[in-house]
Design a protein around this ligand. Structure first.
Ligand code: PEP
Ligand code: MN
Length: 265
């Protein structure tokens, strides 16, 4: 099977158990996906299960690094970042890589700077920043400025659009978050770094995730961050939007012109 043309970061919204992660990783690896997402610390709108936290970190690293895969996870604090950097040294090899990101809810630039200070000189750590929840181009640009002014190299930096909270905006398609494709392209040119799309948190429901992916094909996104769960009925977070393994194959066919494994064999 050939290389994927677009970078696709895929995996469960949250790491729930070793079984859940392993099933997902085996499937994704066979499809040629190298970037595996699974969040350890989950920011929640209302109080609820908020992730395995540090207990999930060895699981995430062990299930991915030995196969040369790149584990990807959200960090909210400098403390979490330091734990990950230390664990990567312990569990990884010299050339093991990771991708960390700050999510839409994490908009404290004092903390963001502390995070960047920890990883800016780690050549094997990629960093991604999403747009914030509320609709504001200037704020999204500001996140980028804080990161680069703290010294993080643009070559290891990725932006990701996850839509803006609908608030009181018109929302005809009843999406979880409203995409701004044009703004994303404008900022891609301005930042001069890759721009990814997160159709999962825009769509909010499986069918809409695929629909948003279709709409995005008219734009030049460099990659996708997408939630996939091996058993969606039992998902502990974002149950409605995580794609089944089968739907994920369809997603990759769509955005990457990828051929299903059955046809390739
Ligand atoms: C996520 O990607 O799991 C997530 C929480 O997304 P966001 O920060 O975009 O809400
Ligand atoms: Mn999620």
């Amino acid at each position: 099977m050939g290389e994927l043309k677009k970078t696709i970061i895929a995996g469960p919204c949250a790491l729930e158990s070793l079984e859940q992660l392993s099933e997902c990783v085996q499937f994704l690896k066979a499809m040629g996906i190298r970037f595996i997402r699974a969040s350890l610390w989950k920011p929640r709108t209302s109080p609820a299960w908020d992730g395995l936290g540090i207990a999930g970190l060895p699981m995430l690293l062990e299930a991915t690094l030995s196969d040369g895969l790149i584990p990807c996870t959200e960090i909210l604090t400098a403390h979490q970042t330091q734990l990950i950097v230390d664990a990567l040294k312990y569990y990884g090899k010299k050339d093991s890589s990771m991708l960390l990101w700050i999510g839409a809810r994490n908009q404290n630039h004092f903390e963001q700077r502390l995070i960047i200070e920890i990883i800016k000189d780690c050549p094997n750590i990629l960093f991604m920043f999403k747009n914030q929840l509320w609709y504001d181009k200037k704020h999204w640009m500001g996140i980028f400025e804080h990161i680069v002014q703290t010294g993080f190299p643009a070559e290891r930096l990725i932006a990701c659009h996850r839509g803006f909270s609908p608030g009181y905006h018109e929302n005809k398609e009843n999406l979880r978050n409203i995409p701004e494709f044009e703004m994303s392209m404008e900022l891609k040119n301005h930042f001069k770094i890759p721009m990814y799309l997160d159709p999962s948190h825009i769509g909010g429901e499986r069918a809409k995730v695929i629909e948003i992916a279709k709409q995005s094909l008219a734009y030049d996104f460099d990659g996708y961050l997408v939630e996939v769960h091996p058993n969606v009925q039992s998902a502990k977070t974002d149950k409605e939007q995580q794609l089944t393994l089968e739907q994920f194959e369809h997603f990759v066919e769509l955005v990457d012109k990828w051929e299903p494994l059955a046809k390739v064999a």
